[in-house]
Design a protein around this ligand. Structure first.
Ligand code: GLN
Length: 499
């Protein structure tokens, strides 16, 4: 960990005045985050199956616990962002988060069943410190108003998905073919590579990411505060352990954290002038809409995976593929393929002054999701008598949903770094991910509502029940998209100079 700015390091000006499409530092953050996501999605892909097969939980309990873990992880990003803003700065937060994630993975590797909840608790706290702060650092590579920012986040988003794709694919294969210990170790190794990449390249980041207390407080005091944060995050572990191991607490946790976070933001907003407050308000509008977006999108891990398991044929473009592999990985593959293209498209349109503004991009995100869910619904018309339907059409829906994601998710990251005043960057990025926590939570509830009441329902009944649910989601997404476009002039005003 480093505290002081090195002499001879690049200045912020030098970094932000880069030539070409992307700053070179973006690539370093890209690789660090890619490996972190490798570890994260590797582990995520193993959890439910591990809980069913090794911890002998029922499928229902495993699903609930999985949802709870996901919600806790994304909730912790708010805390991680907040402490980065106030005390640690982004660099030390990333270092600390990475370290906790490594400890978490290797704890699981050492004794997956006995130390399961301890390993998971470390992972939750670690991700909270790592995930929002590395995203915020990307934003800091750009000057205010630099039109290349969204494209930068687009590229960064590809890195996220390369990691997600490889981690999700490899860890479960190792678990199936070697052992669970080896699979969790693999996630840990990924995280080590991510952290080492960050440590070796951080010099190129000049002054970006140092503690906000640097230069304002004596070094000994900063050290003391740092230690308090590190110590506090270890002390909080038994509490996290308790929450994660008892799913019934998840609801209470979700009911309290969001409102408290919101109240805290409102309190922080008082310290700023009218323009800054309005921009923060605009950021909150985006955040609230994103909850709905993730609630639709995250059907992927729940209802869509069950739909894929029971109701789909196993060929895409004539090739034999496991429908669940398509469900789990096609989104990442499409992001990897299309995210850089979307970034280049925004830049190309920007040069010609025809780039849609952020609100329209968000609105489009919802409209694409609406079309995608309509296509999921439409699969029912391709079904055979046994209730199985076309994997080709299903994959097409994934392509469309991914285009929607690209209109919203990387742009949202980018927005948090433009709408929030600098001292609140980390917290607002954390808030952006907190919305994902609520989205995941709502996704579970929506998904559960789509299942057939009758456990012994035929495949055709299941197909009808799920696709009916997807039609409903298409309608909700359409309403959200139209609503966003309708209120866009109002929100546009709140955003002031941000496009
Ligand atoms: N898939 C993206 C990531 O892992 C977005 C996650 C989210 O915001 N829910 O970073």
């Amino acid at each position: 960990m480093e505290n002081k700015q090195e002499t001879g390091a690049l200045t912020l000006e030098q970094i932000q005045n880069f030539e070409g499409k992307y700053p070179k530092q973006l690539w370093y953050l890209f690789f660090s985050e890619m490996w972190e996501r490798f570890a994260f999605y590797g582990m995520r892909g193993m959890l439910t199956i591990f809980m069913v097969e090794k911890m002998l939980l029922s499928e229902r309990d495993a699903n609930l616990k999985y949802g709870g873990i996901q919600a806790f992880i994304y909730t912790m990003t708010f805390i991680g962002g907040l402490f980065a803003d106030k005390i640690l700065g982004f660099r030390k937060s990333i270092f600390w988060g990475g370290l906790m994630m490594i400890i978490g993975s290797f704890t699981l590797a050492f004794s997956p069943v006995d130390l399961y909840y301890i390993g998971i608790s470390f992972t939750i706290v670690g991700t909270g410190f790592f995930k929002p702060n590395i995203s915020t650092m990307v934003g800091n590579l750009y000057k205010d108003g630099d039109p290349r920012r969204d494209a930068g986040f687009g590229l960064f988003y590809s890195g996220i998905n390369i990691g997600a794709f490889l981690g999700g694919l490899l860890c479960i294969r190792v678990a199936n073919n070697v052992s669970w210990n080896a699979a969790f170790s693999l996630a840990g190794i990924g995280m080590v590579i991510g952290l080492v990449t960050f440590i070796f390249t951080r010099k190129s980041l000049g002054p970006i990411g140092f503690s906000p207390l640097e230069g304002k407080q004596p070094a000994s005091k900063i050290k003391l505060y740092d230690l308090m944060v590190y110590g506090g995050s270890v002390l909080v572990m038994p509490f996290i352990y308790l929450l994660v191991s008892n799913t019934e607490y998840t609801d209470y946790f979700m009911y309290t954290v969001g409102p408290l976070a919101l109240l805290y933001i409102l309190y922080e907003m008082m310290k700023y002038n009218k323009v800054e407050r309005q921009k923060l308000l605009a950021a909150l509008v985006f955040i609230v809409f994103s909850i709905f977006f993730w609630a639709f999108f995250e059907q992927a891990g729940g209802s869509l995976s069950l739909f894929a398991r029971y109701n789909l044929h196993d060929t895409v473009l004539g090739m034999h593929v496991d429908p669940n592999e398509v469900n789990n990985s096609s989104n990442s593959v499409f992001v990897i393929l299309f995210s850089p293209l979307a970034g280049l498209l925004w830049m190309w349109m920007g040069k010609r002054k025809i780039e849609p503004n952020t609100l329209i991009k968000f609105g489009l995100g919802f409209l694409f999701v609406a079309v995608a869910f309509y296509v999921f619904y439409y699969t029912r018309f391709f079904a055979d008598v046994s209730g199985k339907t076309s994997l080709d059409v299903f994959t097409l829906a994934y392509l469309i949903i991914t285009i929607g994601e690209l209109c919203l998710s990387p742009i949202g990251l980018s927005l948090m770094t433009t709408l929030a005043p600098k001292p609140l960057h980390g917290m607002m990025m954390g808030m952006w991910f907190l919305a994902s926590a609520y989205g995941q939570y709502a996704a579970g509830i929506l998904g559960a509502g789509m299942t057939t009441v009758n456990e012994k329902a035929s495949l055709t009944e299941k197909l009808l029940s799920y696709t009916e649910g997807y039609k409903q989601l298409a309608i909700y997404a359409l309403i959200a998209g139209v609503l966003l476009i309708v209120i866009s002039p109002l929100v546009r005003k709140l955003m002031h100079d941000v496009k």
